[in-house]
Design a protein around this ligand. Structure first.
Ligand SMILES: *[C@@H]1O[C@H](CO)[C@@H](O)[C@H](O)[C@H]1NC(C)=O
Ligand SMILES: *[C@@H]1O[C@H](CO)[C@@H](O)[C@H](O)[C@H]1NC(C)=O
Ligand SMILES: *[C@@H]1O[C@H](CO)[C@@H](O)[C@H](O)[C@H]1NC(C)=O
Length: 390
C-alpha cells in the first residue's frame, strides 16, 4: 500500500483508506475446558470510513478484490440478491430480531471511533480513538455504572497507539498491545503497556515482535496472548500468535514466545476455539460475518454478546455495510441467535454490562434506517435490559 504522504488532503486520505483497506473478520475464542472461558476475539483489518458523505461514486476506488472477500458459509447468499432485475434493499444485510426498549444515557465527554474499552467491576475505562480523521484522543475517560456518570479522565503515555489496540484485563491491570499510532491511516506501533487501574500508573512491556493493527488479545493460564490482526501494510490479515508470561502487572519473561497460529485470517464468519492442548476446534459460524467488534462484546451467563459491527460490503454498491443487531453465542448450547436490534447500526462501539443492563457507547453510526453506510462518529451512550436466550 502506498502510504499517504503529507501533501495529500484529508479527503484524498479518506479515499485511499476506503479503497485499500480490506475488512476482515475472524472470531477466535480461546477455551479452557477447565472450565474458565477465556475471552478472545478478533478482528480485523481496519477501515476508516468517512464521517462525511463522499457522494460521488466515481471518486471511490473499487475495493481490491481478494480471495478473502468471497462469501463464506454462514454469510448471506449474494447470488440471489444480485440476480438481474432484482432491486436491492439499502438495508441489505439486516437480520430480523426483537425490538428492544433503549434508554439514552449521558453522552461520553468526546465522540470516538476505533477506541477501546475495558470494564472492571462497575467502571468502564474508555481509551483513545479518533475524534475526527485528523485528530486522535490520547486520554482515558471513565464511566461509572453505579451512578451512571462520566467521571475521571487521565492521560495515556505519549508512545501509546491511538486506535486498533489490543487490550485485556486481569481485573486490576490492563495490558495494552500495539495498534495504530496517530491519525488518518498512519502506521502501527509495536509498543506495549500495562496500566494499574488502582494507582493509574503506566509501565512499559517488551514490544511485540512486529506491529499489528487490532490483534485479538487475551489472558490465558498466566500468559498474555496476542493473535491475528492486520499486518504493517494495514490490509493483510495475519495469523501470527505470540504469548508472554505476566502476573499482577509484571512481565516475567524478556521476550514474546511464538505460539500456534490462528486457523484463519481475513473476513469470514467462522468461529474457532482453542482447547487445553492448544488445538483449534471449529464451532458453528456466526449468523453473518462481523468485524469492527474488538470491544463491542461482553460475556454474560456463559454467553458472548456482540453489539453491531461491520459485515461484508454491499454486493452492488461495494460500500461498507454496518450491523444493527445484537448477537448471542450461547457457550452451553453452542448456538448463535439475534437477540435484539440496536437504535441504529454502529461499528467499533464500546460495550459494558452492569446489573442487568447492556450498555454501548461511541463508534460510528449509519446514515439512517434505510442506509447502512457509516456516517457520524458518536459519543452517545445507550442501554437496554439484556434478555438472553437459554
Ligand atoms: C434464492 O434463495 C432461496 C433461499 O435460499 C433459494 O431457495 C432459491 O433457489 C434462490 N434463488 C436463486 C435464483 O438462486
Ligand atoms: C461510582 O459511583 C458510586 C455510587 O455513587 C460511588 O460510590 C463510587 O465511589 C463511584 N466510583 C468511582 C470510582 O467514582
Ligand atoms: C444470568 O443468570 C442469573 C442466575 O441464573 C439470572 O438471575 C440472570 O437473570 C441472568 N442474566 C441474564 C441477562 O439473562
Amino acid at each position: 500500500m502506498v502510504r499517504p504522504s503529507a501533501k495529500h488532503t484529508s479527503a484524498r486520505l479518506l479515499l485511499i483508506c476506503v479503497g485499500l483497506l480490506g475488512i476482515a473478520l475472524i472470531a477466535d475464542f480461546l477455551w479452557a475446558s477447565s472450565p474458565r472461558f477465556i475471552r478472545s476475539y478478533n478482528h480485523i483489518a481496519d477501515n476508516w470510513a468517512p464521517p462525511v458523505d463522499i457522494s460521488k461514486p466515481t471518486s471511490i476506488p473499487s475495493p481490491k478484490k481478494t480471495s478473502h472477500e468471497i462469501p463464506t458459509k454462514g454469510s448471506v447468499d449474494y447470488k440471489n440478491d444480485t440476480a438481474p432485475g432484482r432491486v436491492l434493499s439499502a438495508t441489505f444485510a439486516d437480520l430480523p430480531g426483537p425490538e428492544l426498549k433503549w434508554e439514552g444515557m449521558a453522552e461520553a465527554p468526546v465522540p470516538r471511533l476505533d477506541g477501546a474499552a475495558i470494564q472492571i467491576k462497575n467502571l468502564l475505562f474508555v481509551f483513545a480513538g479518533y475524534g475526527t480523521i485528523d485528530y486522535v484522543h490520547s486520554h482515558v475517560d471513565i464511566y461509572n455504572f453505579s451512578d451512571n456518570t462520566w467521571g475521571e479522565r487521565f492521560d495515556m503515555p505519549k508512545e501509546m497507539a491511538h486506535s486498533h489496540l489490543g487490550m485485556v484485563t486481569d481485573g486490576r491491570y490492563i495490558y495494552i498491545v500495539t495498534g495504530q499510532y496517530g491519525p488518518q491511516c498512519r502506521g502501527p506501533t509495536a509498543h506495549t503497556f500495562v496500566l494499574d487501574t488502582e494507582t493509574k500508573q503506566w509501565r512499559d512491556m517488551p514490544p511485540l515482535p512486529v506491529p499489528r493493527y487490532a490483534p485479538a488479545t487475551q489472558l490465558w493460564k498466566g500468559r498474555l496472548h496476542v493473535m491475528g490482526g492486520s499486518g504493517e501494510n494495514r490490509y493483510t490479515p495475519e495469523v501470527d500468535h505470540w504469548s508472554l508470561a505476566v502476573k499482577d502487572g509484571k512481565v516475567l519473561e524478556k521476550e514474546w514466545r511464538t505460539e500456534i497460529p490462528i486457523p484463519r485470517g481475513g473476513p469470514h464468519s467462522d468461529v474457532y476455539m482453542m482447547d487445553d492442548e492448544m488445538k483449534w476446534n471449529e464451532l458453528p459460524p456466526m449468523p453473518k460475518p462481523d468485524s469492527h467488534i474488538e470491544f463491542a462484546w461482553t460475556v454474560v451467563n456463559n454467553s458472548i454478546v456482540i453489539v453491531g459491527g461491520t459485515t461484508e460490503k454491499h454486493p452492488v454498491t461495494k460500500k461498507m455495510t454496518l450491523v444493527g443487531e445484537i448477537f448471542q453465542f450461547n457457550l452451553n448450547t453452542l448456538k448463535w441467535s439475534v437477540i435484539g436490534k440496536l437504535p441504529f447500526r454502529v461499528k467499533t462501539t464500546l460495550v459494558g454490562f452492569w446489573n442487568g443492563w447492556l450498555y454501548f457507547t461511541s463508534g460510528q453510526r449509519d446514515k439512517g434506517p434505510d442506509n447502512p453506510q457509516p456516517k457520524k462518529v458518536i459519543g452517545e451512550l445507550w442501554r437496554t435490559k439484556l434478555k438472553l436466550n437459554s
